[in-house]
Design a protein around this ligand. Structure first.
Ligand SMILES: Nc1nc2c(ncn2[C@@H]2O[C@H](COP(=O)(O)OP(=O)(O)OP(=O)(O)O)[C@@H](O)[C@H]2O)c(=O)[nH]1
Length: 632
């Protein structure tokens, strides 16, 4: 009796500690994602307090204890089914997923189960799925246990990249069609994604409980448009749970198991990733061969870097750590990847000792809408950069390019699949990373033909090679005429690249060139210091530019100055610097017009004389300034 009392007290104390841990974890993560928080704490707690984790306390947190104890090492691959739920927006994918989770005991059946796989705050607020979610379910059929790995996908066209990636981890799909609306645009698009990937398709007609439901009409549509016999359609109401068990039975019967072999070398496709502040990158993987254990050393085919597996397991949908994952399974891996760029979606992971041919990966998403994104305060630039990197890891369809604006400072130009995608990304940045950003008006891409050449072409550079040093830096080698880069090339390069580009050069020897001597004349007299050698093709533009720059650089004097560029005896360009003019009529109050004309004529003659005898004053810095170009 006393022992039972002590045990109850200890359990109560630990449960309170558990609740406290949960609050701390949730606050630290600034997360609203209760399910993940519960799971993480639960596993941490179960590790530290195994003695008290009796069957009863475990039951508090999971309804699938019996299934978890299944020995996966003996679980035959023939009893695994990997499938996605695909459909047009709002046709009921997430509602069906709720029912499947309930029937298989992954979640307890309550009235509150509404789109439980839509975990993000933005998904809850908007009532739409934006992120594919994986859940591993155990299902009993004809006295056999099956492992069903289900991926719930978004329906909106802006998130179709999530669908195409999810499909790569599956052998079949449930194609949901609303019994009232029938086939819609995304039904067709998603059907073809699955069809082209040669997956088995099970058509499911949902919402048969609706007053206006017409399942027969929808079955005919499916037969006509997709060439799937109407007898293959399953009529359900995901909301009421009608015929949902039949869906699970058909998944087992109709979908093929994965054909991957446990005896092969380990090979896994990273089909999704997200970043946890404390645990680093969490990669969602589909095992295409072999098995993976905790402590194994794996290599990322993309970077060639090796990592030790710290944790792995199933997603139910919360993380359930396991000792091993086997071919055909879908799960998660944490392998000490600390940087976002280490976890590429579409990357292949393999065992360090057994390199394999990388999987084809994914076709990059094609951005349709572009917008600039800048921190509210420039001092937040690096914090925002890290937030953008982490979020793009979780949403790899966003393209990111560094950008800068005179008014808004340094930022990025982001590419999205659509306007809703852009809004959701922005909202996730604010909600999940506490970031305040300025987003510019969205634009679509244009192809522009530049009317003025760019810096390098303008300087007669010839590209020799280009090497990407990493994601942010590129090294380009050019062959330039020395006189094109010696004066102001570096200044222009720095200003064009907002200070990021650096420049170095070495002698590449002499080369034949079609060049000529260009003289500069001030009031007809050549100024030797301004004589230059220019390329024949560019003599006229260079001469004109020199004259214009001299016009700016030489101060006005008491007489007019003619600035000319000449090749040999031929003047090719001319500018005039006007003289200061004394108001010789200032003292004439009214009076005779002939007197005024006489004064003006005398002044003009005097100036003419000065022009011939006067020496033009050229300021010292004008000699350097006139050599600097105004590259556009
Ligand atoms: N009457 C009725 N309503 C349903 C049924 N299934 C889903 N719904 C409702 O349809 C709406 C959309 O359901 P979701 O499950 O979010 O649809 P979804 O396809 O996951 O939506 P997205 O992921 O945003 O594309 C919700 O209001 C559901 O309650 C059903 O069988 N009958």
């Amino acid at each position: 009796m006393q022992l039972a009392l002590i045990k109850t007290k200890v359990c109560a104390t630990l449960y309170l500690r558990y609740l406290l841990d949960f609050r701390i974890y949730q606050t630290r993560r600034k997360s609203h994602d209760c399910n993940t928080a519960w799971t993480v704490i639960r596993h941490r707690w179960m590790k530290t307090a195994p003695v008290f984790c009796t069957r009863n306390t475990t039951k508090m947190f999971s309804t699938q204890t019996d299934k978890e104890s299944i020995d996966m090492s003996k679980f035959p691959v023939e009893r695994i089914r990997n499938f996605s739920i695909i459909a047009h927006i709002d046709h009921g994918k997430s509602t069906l997923a709720d029912r499947l989770l309930e029937i298989t005991g992954a979640i307890t059946k309550t009235q509150k189960n509404k789109q439980v796989l839509d975990k993000l705050q933005v998904e809850r607020e908007r009532g739409i799925t934006v992120k594919a979610q994986t859940a591993s379910l155990f299902y009993e059929y004809e006295n056999q246990t099956y492992l069903l790995n289900l991926i719930d996908t978004p329906g909106h066209v802006d998130f179709s990249y999530e669908v195409s990636r999810s499909i790569s981890a599956c052998q079949g799909v449930l194609l949901i069609v609303d019994a009232n609306q029938g086939i819609q645009a995304q039904t067709v698009a998603n059907f073809y994604l699955a069809f082209e990937a040669q997956l088995t398709i099970i058509p499911v007609i949902n919402k048969i409980d609706l007053k206006n439901a017409d399942p027969e009409r929808v079955e005919n549509q499916i037969e006509k448009v997709f060439d799937i016999p109407k007898e293959e359609c399953i009529r359900i109401s995901a909301k009421l749970g009608t015929n949902v068990d039949q869906v699970l039975q058909e998944v087992v019967k109709r979908l093929p198991p994965p054909t991957f072999n446990r005896e092969d070398p380990f090979k896994a496709l990273v089909f999704d990733s997200n970043f946890d502040q404390y645990r680093g990158v969490i990669a969602n993987v589909a095992l295409f061969g072999g098995c993976l254990s905790k402590g194994d050393r794996i290599v990322s085919a993309h970077l060639g870097k090796s990592y030790e597996v710290n944790e792995l397991g199933l997603l139910k949908p919360e993380e359930l750590p396991m000792e091993r994952l086997y071919a055909g399974q879908v799960g998660y891996v944490i392998a000490g990847m600390k940087e976002v760029k280490e976890a590429q979606i579409g990357d292949t992971l393999y065992h360090q000792k057994h390199p394999v041919e990388p999987l084809p990966g994914f076709k990059p998403a094609k951005a349709m809408v572009f917008a600039g994104m800048y921190p509210m305060d420039q001092s937040d630039y690096s914090t925002l950069r890290s937030a953008v990197e982490k979020l793009t890891l979780n949403d790899s369809s966003v393209t990111v390019q560094r950008d800068s604006s005179l008014a808004l400072g340094a930022g990025w130009r982001l590419g999205f699949l659509g306007l809703l995608h852009m809004e959701v990304f922005n909202q996730r940045l604010e909600q999940e990373y506490n970031a305040s950003v300025i987003v510019t008006a969205p634009t679509v891409p244009y192809k522009a033909i530049l009317s003025s050449p760019r810096l390098i072409k303008n300087r007669r550079g010839i590209q020799k090679n280009m090497v990407y040093i990493d994601d942010h830096r590129v090294m380009m080698k050019y062959l330039f005429p020395l006189n094109e880069i010696v004066v102001d090339f570096y200044d222009h390069l720095k200003s064009m690249s907002s200070g990021y580009a650096s420049f170095d050069y070495e002698d590449a020897g002499y080369q034949a060139a079609d060049v000529i001597r260009m003289d500069i004349l001030l009031n007809g007299k050549p100024v030797e210091e301004l004589t230059t050698i220019v390329h024949r093709d560019r003599a006229y533009s260079a001469g004109k530019a020199m004259c214009e720059r001299l016009q700016d650089a030489i101060p006005r004097q008491m007489f007019e100055i003619a600035v000319q560029a000449a090749i040999g005896s031929k003047v090719i360009a001319r500018e005039t610097i006007k003289a200061f003019r004394k108001n010789v009529l200032a003292k004439c109050y009214g009076g005779d017009i002939t007197r005024k004309m006489k004064l003006l004529k005398k002044q003009a003659e005097g100036k003419k004389k000065m022009r011939y005898i006067g020496t033009v004053q050229v300021p010292k810095d004008a000699f350097i300034n006139v050599l600097k170009r105004k590259d556009k």
